[in-house]
Design a protein around this ligand. Structure first.
Ligand SMILES: *[C@@H]1O[C@H](CO)[C@@H](O)[C@H](O)[C@H]1NC(C)=O
Ligand SMILES: *[C@@H]1O[C@H](CO)[C@@H](O)[C@H](O)[C@H]1NC(C)=O
Ligand SMILES: *[C@@H]1O[C@H](CO)[C@@H](O)[C@H](O)[C@H]1NC(C)=O
Ligand SMILES: *[C@@H]1O[C@H](CO)[C@@H](O)[C@H](O)[C@H]1NC(C)=O
Ligand SMILES: *[C@@H]1O[C@H](CO)[C@@H](O)[C@H](O)[C@H]1NC(C)=O
Ligand SMILES: *[C@@H]1O[C@H](CO)[C@@H](O)[C@H](O)[C@H]1NC(C)=O
Ligand SMILES: *[C@@H]1O[C@H](CO)[C@@H](O)[C@H](O)[C@H]1NC(C)=O
Length: 428
């Protein structure tokens, strides 16, 4: 019995590792992790080496030697928006997507997940998680280097002739919807809706996409598939990159309310609870508790100010951004050391409360009357559900400065704000 159990684990482990190694092998020119000097940690050995390394140190370390990047690294900034689903990450993504000098990608790690862990959308299996993280870091490194071919090995079906119509949320990236990548759109229309871009632009030429990336000075990538900031340590410390992490958090109660509306299947039992007023006995808390744990570990790491995060980490509460979008966005750009351009300011003006023409501009689905929206969850969740969530996420709420409510009256009375004034200064 015990023996077969072990065999199953071994088999699973091996098959994942082989898949990953195979994918790396298929890539014609994998990103050179480092010159030959430490082959054990590099190149193809990584696929299998990774699991062990991760298990030991928790970090993927290795190549000390610095190879020459294909661009002048000192001039390029690599931005990672570390977020979770329904935390306002599309909104924050737009703050970069709209910038002239930024090449923005919306959730490229989606392809890693579907290629490596097809069945489970949010696997708790630690081996899966490690493999996924290792592959994700490799991919992020390559993408920051504008090596978009590397992504192809994860896209299904595998693109032929470096051309694909299967890039996840291609339409969310302005650079991929405007010339020279797509001629069907003028630059102005590139602000238009995603579906339009996908319909008009048809196949994405990855060669052109990579060129567009190289032409822009900075690269920003949004992901909800990296659990916490310490998972990024190897990238933050990679001297070839100039990675800056903007972590977006939001009140977990607000996230829950939004997910219940959005992910009808996964959150079915929560819907039943909301509809019937009775908590289902088999309610699955995993997603909620994992989210709060991941937030907490990230904040704990961030606030403890380890040397490796100096100048590289900023925590942003969605509610603060919603309350004063322009000011908060300026702070973010200041932290990144980048000038904010007029496009970004205009976009904020057009898509937040300041706008007089809201109705026509809701194309992204994520862009709403942001300030009003940030606390609207309070009218959507019943008190007992909120109370329950507060118990599960108690420390997280406290650390992030979200007040708990003690009664239904408090919950529904929107003149009492639940957002404490709390300043999270970037660690410079
Ligand atoms: C990187 O490129 C510069 C100039 O092209 C060269 O002098 C240097 O030796 C290269 N460094 C490495 C590690 O290859
Ligand atoms: C890289 O950019 C910096 C700042 O613009 C400049 O001083 C440096 O000479 C550049 N290096 C190369 C190899 O182009
Ligand atoms: C790839 O390009 C070659 C040469 O242009 C062409 O013969 C082939 O049919 C293309 N493959 C696909 C799948 O489009
Ligand atoms: C993609 O663009 C490159 C560069 O312009 C071109 O050489 C190549 O033929 C294009 N590929 C396809 C499939 O159209
Ligand atoms: C903002 O809205 C104006 C008027 O509708 C439009 O002309 C402009 O292109 C928009 N700008 C952005 C960045 O969305
Ligand atoms: C609810 O009670 C706790 C503990 O007594 C208190 O810290 C918190 O401020 C109260 N919440 C509100 C919204 O007053
Ligand atoms: C809401 O809270 C405010 C401030 O505590 C209080 O003055 C007001 O009476 C409350 N409104 C309701 C309807 O309870």
């Amino acid at each position: 019995m015990q023996c077969s159990w072990k065999a199953v684990i071994l088999l699973a482990l091996a098959s994942i590792a082989i898949q990953y190694t195979a994918i790396r092998t298929f890539t014609a020119k994998p990103f050179q992790l480092c010159p030959v000097s430490s082959p054990v940690n590099c190149g193809l050995g990584l696929g299998l080496g990774l699991v062990g390394q991760e298990a030991e140190g928790g970090e993927l370390r290795g190549c000390e030697e610095i190879s020459n990047f294909s661009y002048n690294a000192s001039r390029k900034t690599h931005v990672l928006i570390l977020a979770t689903t329904r935390s306002g990450s599309s909104f924050v993504g737009q703050l970069f997507n709209q910038h002239q000098d930024v090449f923005y990608l919306f959730e490229p790690l989606y392809h890693v997940q579907t290629a490596l862990i097809p069945r489970l959308s949010h696997s708790r299996n630690t081996v899966d998680r490690r493999v996924m993280l290792g592959a994700s870091r490799d991919l992020l490194r390559s993408l920051y280097d504008c090596d978009l071919y590397f992504l192809e090995s994860y896209i299904k079906p595998q693109p032929a002739n470096h051309s694909t119509d299967k890039l996840f949320r291609r339409g969310a990236s302005r650079a991929l919807c405007s010339p020279p990548v797509c001629d069907a759109h003028g630059p102005a229309e590139a602000n238009g809706d995603e579906g339009e871009c996908v319909r008009k632009c048809a196949f994405l030429n990855m060669t052109l996409a990579a060129e567009a990336c190289r032409e822009r000075r900075h690269v920003a990538i949004k992901t909800v598939r990296v659990p916490e900031v310490s998972n990024l340590r190897a990238l933050v410390e990679d001297p070839r990159l100039n990675l800056k992490v903007v972590q977006l958090v939001r009140d977990p109660r607000g996230i829950l309310a939004s997910r219940i509306e959005t992910f009808r299947d996964t959150y079915r039992l929560w819907r039943i609870w909301r509809a019937t007023g009775r908590r289902p006995y088999n309610l699955d808390l995993t997603q909620l508790s994992m989210m709060c744990e991941d937030f907490l570990s990230s904040i704990t790491t961030g606030l403890s100010r380890p040397a490796w995060l100096r100048g590289r980490y900023m925590l942003v509460r969605y509610e603060d951004l919603a309350r004063s979008p322009l000011q908060k966005t300026r702070e973010i750009y200041e932290f990144l050391g980048l000038p904010m351009d007029k496009n970004v300011a205009d976009w904020i003006q057009n898509n937040t409360r300041g706008s007089s023409d809201l109705s026509a501009k809701h194309k992204y689905g994520t862009v709403r009357d942001s300030a009003a929206n940030a606390e609207s969850w309070r009218l959507k969740l019943p008190y007992d559900m909120v109370d329950y969530t507060q118990t599960v996420c108690q420390h997280t709420l406290q650390e992030l400065g979200y007040k708990t409510v003690n009664s239904s009256e408090e919950l529904k009375n929107l003149s009492i704000t639940l957002i404490e004034e709390k300043t999270f200064l970037p660690f410079l």
